[in-house]
Design a protein around this ligand. Sequence first.
Ligand code: AHR
Length: 496
Amino acid sequence: AADAVSLTIDTAKPGAVINKDIYGQFAEHLGTGIYEGIWVGPKSKIPNTKGWRNDVVGALKAMHVPLVRWPGGCFADEYHWKDGIGAREKRAVKVNTNWGGVEESNAVGTHEFFDLVEILGADAYVNGNLGTGNAQEMSEWIEYMTSDSKSTLANLRRKNGRDKPFKVAYFAVGNEAWGCGGNMSPDYYADLYRNTETFLRAPKQYRPKMLASGGNDNDTTWTETLSRRLKDKTAGISFHYYTIPTDKWEGKGAATGFKENEWFSTLSNTLRMDDHIARNVAVLDKNDPEKKIGFMVDEWGTWYDVEKGTNAGFLFQQNTLRDAVVAALNFNIFHAHADRVRMTNIAQMVNVLQSMIITDKDKMVLTPTYHAYEMYVPFQGATSLPLTLQNNPKYTLDGKSIPEISASAARGADGKLYLALVNTNPGQAADVALNIPGQTIKAVKGRVLTAEAMDAHNSFTTPQAIKPAPFSAAAGADGKLTVKVPAKAVIVVAVE
Ligand code: AHR
């Protein structure tokens, strides 16, 4: 057997607090991500609260969703908020030009969205329309949501059922301005952002953190231009990176039934997130050494070929153990950059891309990604702790390698020490020997997520095929504690 990996946690040098919003979600008007998936309407036979289905909302509450981004994505840059207020039966019906060309009833609008986040106990991230909208439309939306005056717009909000202002935690000016948001250059966008932001007025206690829409993948030019030109005008610059097994948008690879080469390439590609963040952070450190600007990864996750027989515009894919491992690898990366990465939003919450929950009429199943999020809850608001891994073997396939073990440690808000471990190797367990200078480790207790098959997943016929199991280990007679991390597994434990 290989020698144990040696993992040392330095509790004497606490790092940045892991913002709870790193565990944020994204709900776009896309496919059945909102309609059917969470929103069924108050008259539905499916049990619901103010139109939001109780089963899905209950599961999301159990995984402590801290933040929801809405209404897009690409959809945001064609969304006119006034279409989504007032009597639902009178709302404008539009065509969702980005996603499947289906009718958009506007049944879910501003008030419904805030009902959802308030039921969830989450914060709201509203994405404004810069593409087909303008400064006036966004400034009026901000006034409608946040004004406590007796202005006509604030009174319209009251007439529509909401007396007190809504609490908008974040407001973004546009989305993917380099693409679906208007095919702009960074400088042109920066001009529009500066112009728009000037008019986004809100009472101090209700003023959202303003976000600028940034770049994606290998491109750091957006971060470069925006951090230089929007200083003191933005709380964060966003960034998008999707994990695609084959690296090709045509023929991305399937969500299930894949071979080990696509297990490997998916994990290898997702680990690029670390480089992407590091390169952008280097730019931010140069232009914003005071660290005022956050780096918000407000879209990320796996993107596979859609499931056979489904609408290609709905981006519906199954979700397997591989996705849970992808999620955990990214969490560990985000924790390591917690001083800059202050928010992320996985795409997307329900039924779209790497979702937490899949629904079919009145049924729902929790995905392996859901379980990864739920296992990592103790890391929300925890203080990251530096750790080193020595003797970490490589997982090698076809001459390419990635590290076998990924780890993250933090001091939870409850004072306990939490450790997350991921084994990327689907064929071999790994021994990890724990060291905490100045502390005797007695035991680790928590849960593990693993399965026999790389593509283990939950379906409506086998909804519990993969779920977390209890996991513990105790120190040996020599006082040393070694954790045996199963092949292709995610572990989160409290260290005692
Ligand atoms: O999440 C799906 C889409 O991916 C979003 O609408 C867009 O911003 C990105 O290209």
